[in-house]
Design a binder for this molecule. Structure first.
Ligand SMILES: [Zn+2]
Length: 511
């Protein structure tokens, strides 16, 4: 176990955790956002990040500091914390980003780790190779060997109580990501950044980002704190947290502000296009778009950067509350509607439902069915798995309606789309208490039919009858031929004709 990271609460693969950073003497609550501080540019001072935005941790770049003789001297003389005037934890990058951008840097893992140690870094980074998306497989593999060597070099250095990152690379090859993650996890390094996802996000390839995270997570133990390097747009945070990322860093707040761009949880706006500011942060409460446009460029940049930070930190708090309430999935679904590529990311996440299912708590407050994708949530997959373990005997009516009191059937089970069949005794258990809309979609009925098929497959000797409420043909086609199907209205009429009252203990008719 990695004893510097403790998980307090979870939903999907997302979690609220506590990352102990011994060198800083602080414990950071995750998911956490690390604002990127460029030591050359003072957009929002670190002391303000701490006092006004509640930042517990930030990230800056040791390579930039080392390359500037003035900054280098100051950092060595007084240490990073005093130089930046920040009391929280400080992570530093190593120059790997510059390596990816410019193809060359003049430092090594040994040298830059020692430098990070000397300037008082709390979480340091070795020189890994951020292999871009779509690299040739051979290049991705040879880059990965260099990254593995960098991790070995980092392990060999005595860094005291400074934590050290073990970046996970592997380009767009999920199996390489998994292999890289397994290797990183087997080192004695401490924090696990998933690297080189920035080019994916810049191209709105959220599905590839999800696959990269999923690959990395498969290779890492549950107790590994995971950092999504370079990711901090509020629109994608819920998705990335749900996939199991704990740390994020954002240069976007400052870079976008410089460019007149305004972040929201639904995407990015240009200040020049805004007639209204759709936000309640102090900046947006006190200014109109015209006020901001009338400002000098430096002031405007600062105000926009502040808004961008407010909206990002607010989204993180919303995500944490969703984890506490057990409705992170609903938040991810909501964010998925903000852009078609976010929907791709969300659907890619649902492709990994079996993986998510392993970490997702078995019981939560409420399951809200809010879109056809809700049919593919981990809870539905888990219910289908559970059907294998439920014993059924004799003749069973699977019905969307009430309980018949006649003796035509040995038992009557409920059927609720998208879950499918279950014994009545389970009616009050999560997730079968789900709030489901009356106007359901095809996916929900088809998933329920798959549940029926699963139950039938496991119980070949039982006679099943399915009483359904007008299921679409595509769903009925998934019901095995051995099952007798009839519209619910027929069953109800037959029962009524026999003057058999419907069972009063039917939860579906309670409303
Ligand atoms: Zn605002």
């Amino acid at each position: 176990m990695r004893d510097h990271f403790e998980i307090r609460d979870g939903d999907l693969a997302g979690r609220i955790g506590r990352l102990e950073v011994p060198r800083a003497g602080v414990t950071v609550e995750t998911p956490a956002l690390l604002p990127v501080v460029n030591p050359n540019i003072d957009t929002v001072p670190p002391s303000k990040l701490e006092s006004e935005f509640g930042a517990e941790i930030l990230i800056t770049n040791s390579y930039i500091i080392k390359k500037n003789s003035h900054l280098e001297k100051e950092a060595l003389d007084v240490g990073l914390h005093e130089m930046l005037d920040f009391h929280g934890a400080i992570m530093t990058d190593s120059g790997s980003f510059q390596l990816a951008e410019y193809g060359d840097i003049d430092t090594t893992t040994e040298e830059i780790l020692q430098f990070q140690y000397d300037i008082g870094t709390d979480i340091a980074t070795p020189v890994d190779i951020p292999t871009p998306p779509d690299a040739d497989r051979e290049d991705a593999e040879s880059d990965l060997e260099i990254t593995k060597q960098a991790l070995a070099d980092a392990e060999a250095i005595d860094t005291g109580d400074m934590l050290v990152n073990a970046p996970v690379q592997g380009s767009t090859y999920p199996d390489l990501r998994e292999e890289a993650a397994r290797h990183a996890y087997d080192t004695d390094l401490d924090v696990f950044p998933v690297g080189a996802v920035v080019p994916m996000m810049n191209d709105y390839r959220y599905d590839d980002m999800v696959d990269a995270i999923a690959g990395a997570k498969r290779g890492l133990g549950v107790d590994a704190p995971v950092h999504l390097f370079g990711a901090g747009h509020p629109m994608m945070l819920a998705l990335a947290v749900a996939m199991g990322c704990d740390l994020f860093d954002s240069a976007a707040y400052a870079l976008y502000a410089r460019d007149g761009r305004y972040l929201t949880v639904r995407g990015t706006e240009h200040l020049e296009d805004l007639d209204y500011l759709p936000c309640t942060c102090p900046v947006c409460s006190e200014h109109s778009p015209d006020d901001l446009r009338a400002m000098g460029s430096k002031t405007q940049e600062k105000r926009l950067a502040e808004h961008n930070l407010y909206v990002t930190f607010a989204e993180l708090r919303r995500i944490k509350q969703a984890i506490r309430d057990g409705n992170l999935m609903e938040l991810v679904e909501e964010r998925a509607r903000s852009h078609p590529t976010m929907l791709d990311g969300y659907r890619a996440m649902l492709d990994h439902v079996a993986q998510l299912e392993r970490e997702d708590p078995a019981s939560k407050g409420a399951f809200f069915y809010v879109s056809n994708e809700s049919s593919y949530r981990p809870e539905v997959a888990r219910h289908h798995d559970r059907l294998d373990r439920l014993s059924a005997e004799g003749t069973i009516l699977l019905t969307e309606g009430g309980k018949p009191s006649g003796d035509e059937y040995d038992e009557a089970w409920r059927v609720v789309p998208p879950f499918g069949p279950f014994p009545r005794a389970l009616s009050e258990t999560y997730p079968l208490t789900a709030e489901v809309p009356k106007r359901l979609d095809r996916d929900a009925y088809e998933q329920a039919a798959r549940g029926v098929a699963r139950l039938v497959r496991e119980n070949p000797d039982v006679d099943f009858t399915l009483a359904h409420d007008d299921w679409p043909a595509s769903a009925l086609a998934l019901v095995p031929e051995s099952v007798e199907t009839e519209p619910l209205s027929t069953v109800t009429e037959t029962l009524a004709a026999r003057a058999d009252p419907l069972g009063s203990d039917d939860a579906a008719s309670d409303e």
